[in-house]
Write a protein that binds this ligand. Structure first.
Ligand code: PRP
Ligand code: ZN
Length: 295
């Protein structure tokens, strides 16, 4: 029966779909979604994937149709704001960090709206009415909202709205439409959400395993294995420079005055870090990616 398998709601297409799938693949799930676009059964674990529209994901998870979901914070927050928090039966299990974007109010370049207060009495087109209402209310601004499910950015040009409230990622869409970002309403990233209901023990165990793998993948993304040679006298100085590293491994080299230093750095290593290490005496520096990491 399907109900003893953990069901995960994912975005069918769009900016987050690929990132969500690659995260799950990195967690060891073999996904063959070429045959069937809507549903994918995972062989290795009792997990089924359901590919749906992103706006439907919070509702599916909250309603118990799916146990987990990967969705943008923008979509999750909008659903939560429109339901009222008590009526909403889904919560955030983990912030996933990928697909960053923001929900922003944008206005025509060089137009009459210069400050947030100028929005008073104006019309804003948006696909995020609940979040926009909450924002305007908190600033004491009375404005009309025009609900549009897509192509929000054309509204000012069509003169059906004075401003918009929409998702901005690179900013290219705003620029192409001669719009300027006035203020950020919400910062957003991908979220792993779950149903608040208590699930059968077996399902909880699968979710726990998947979550541990996800955390391992996410942590491994930033982490690097670094190796270098250094004068024995420079060990302490160099250890202090390694980002997010507790205790490096020191190994003797065939030369008495030199050692090899190996370390796992749990933070990104930039070129600047490498240059500082060189200045501190390190040579033959190698930085390697880490594929998997268990806590
Ligand atoms: C969002 C938003 C803009 C675009 C902004 O749409 O509505 O159209 O992305 O991205 P940019 O700043 O990188 O140009 P999305 O791709 O999520 O699709 P949708 O509007 O159809 O939901
Ligand atoms: Zn869009």
């Amino acid at each position: 029966m399907a109900t003893d398998r953990v069901r995960i709601a994912l975005q069918k297409k769009g900016r987050m779909a690929n990132d969500s799938l690659s995260l799950l693949k990195s967690c060891g799930l073999h996904i063959d979604n070429s045959k069937d676009d809507l549903f994918c059964r995972i062989r290795e674990l009792p997990i089924d994937l359901l590919m749906i529209r992103d706006d439907d994901i919070p509702g599916f998870v909250g309603g118990g149709i799916c146990d987990l979901g990967i969705v943008g914070e923008n979509v999750f927050a909008e659903k939560k704001a429109s339901c009222g928090k008590d009526a909403f039966d889904a919560c955030v299990l983990e912030r996933l960090g990928f697909s960053p974007c923001r929900l922003s109010i944008a206005v025509p370049e060089g137009g009459e709206i210069g400050r947030i207060d100028d929005l008073d009495g104006k019309t804003l087109a948006t696909s995020y009415p609940a979040l926009l209402h909450a924002y305007l209310k908190s600033r004491g601004i009375r404005a009309t909202t025009l609900l549009m499910r897509g192509s929000v950015e054309v509204a000012p040009r069509l003169k059906i709205a004075d401003a918009i409230c929409d998702i901005v990622a690179s900013g290219a869409t705003l620029e192409a439409n001669d719009l300027r970002e006035l203020t950020v309403v919400l910062k957003s990233e991908a979220l792993l959400i779950r149903s608040k209901r208590t699930l059968p023990e077996e399902k909880e165990a699968v979710i726990k395993r998947l979550l541990a793998r996800m955390r391992g993948v996410l942590q491994a993304c930033d982490s690097k294995y670094i190796m270098m040679n250094a004068p024995r006298a420079a060990i302490e100085r160099i250890a202090a420079l390694l980002p997010g590293c507790d205790s490096p491994t020191i190994m003797d080299l065939n030369r008495n005055d030199m050692v090899a230093i190996h370390a796992v750095c749990k933070e990104a290593i930039f070129w600047e870090t490498v240059e500082t290490l060189e200045k501190a005496g390190a040579s033959a520096i190698l930085v390697l990616p880490i594929e998997k990491m268990a806590a």
